[in-house]
Write a protein that binds this ligand. Sequence first.
Ligand SMILES: N[C@@H](Cc1ccccc1)C(=O)O
Length: 486
Amino acid sequence: MAEAAILGYLEHNEEISDSGQFADERGIDHNEIVNVIKSLHGFRYVDAQDIKKETWILTDEGKAYAAAGSPEVQLFQAIPSGGIPKEELQKNFDPSLFKIACAQAAKNKWVDMGKLVTRKVQHVDDKVKSLLLLIQKGQVVGQDEIKSLKARKLIAPQTWKGYSVKKGPNYAPRRKKVATDLTRENLQSGDWKELEFKEYNFRAKGLPAEGGHLHPLLKVRQQLKNIFLQMGFEEMPTNRYVESSFWNFDALFQPQQHPARDSHDTFFLEAPSTTKELPEDYVARVKQVHESGGYGSRGYVYDWEREEANKNLLRTHTTAVSSRMLYLLAQKPFVPKKYYSIDRVFRNEAVDRTHLAEFHQIEGLICDRGLTLGDLIGVLHDFFSRLGMSKLRFKPAYNPYTEPSMEIFSYHEGFQKWVEVGNSGMFRPEMLRPMGLPEDVNVIAWGLSLERPTMILYGIDNIRDLFGHKVDLGLIKENPICRLGI
Ligand SMILES: N[C@@H](Cc1ccccc1)C(=O)O
């Protein structure tokens, strides 16, 4: 209707000089007229020029007075001819309204504000209300009146926008219907021959592709790699998910009856169920340290079984990678090393919002002469502060392969509490000496999950949200090629 009105009017007239007036005269909503003008202008049916007018609109207070009358008149009308005690009068009014009413009525010299409030004039006109009503209807009022209403914050300025409209180069009294799609029906009936098709807008930018983002775990992994590299660490080769019990447990002085070696906690392989080769003389030294100790240790005093050590499993921690690397290091003349790894580990655990059966471990170790627990604490402070965790606390803990061992806690400002962020310790002589590392060489090491800091950094509270991509297919489906004017 708005479109027909505009195009029809321009067929016999030069110009629509004011879209607001045009809308009023026809009883059409101005917003609707504006939308149609914009669309017709886009297709150059019409030429439209902006017009702006400064107008006034009522504030909420102004609207209230336009409806109920100004407070001063409300007050005047509440005073009987014989006057009324102030307290009595006040009861009829909201306190803030009463204040305004008294001030204005006194200013207008309508009332005497003694203990007894009396009228000073016979009759008053509610000029404020009439002015507000005029402004509400969009009518013009004098500058002085505007000023005083503005001072009382009953009105506020507003810019009104409209258009003046003339015929455009593509003007026609009616817009041509254009087809947007060539349908099966068009082809069957043959009416496509007569149809005019809407042009494609090949320059439309469309939506930026949402694919190809890095997964949060990969981002945080890269961040951690950078931290390790800046601290002078070398990456250990982690390309071995299947490991023997020997490297995962025995080499780490983890006794064969240890509960972590149970199939409830560890995934053992069915095929191949056992490892093919282990370094025999090292295996013999490991067996001995488990059974009867050495290097100042009494050992565990039990019968160590080779079959148990041969069993293949999915590695339960990347400390298995560290044990292999330290063994290799011990086979050559000693050089100090700093090693790190970040890779996947597996535990036979029930999956819930904080546990998965496979996750990633970050592991760091330093192997050098004369290292102490103080070195470990210092390195942990350096490492974690680079991750944004500068408040740390340590709690004594137990690992079969480290002594002393410490759990690492960091104060989380967001959660306002200490959260466990890792585990650490100094590798035991029972682990290092059988490998052949010199007696004065110590190893400080620590491990943490990659998922925990990632969830904290990205505000993810369910670990399952970290796995599996979440591409919003709807986004792609609902945004095909953009057309002109759509
Ligand atoms: N392997 C330990 C972490 C750790 C690494 C190195 C030293 C001490 C502890 C774990 O799985 O939790």
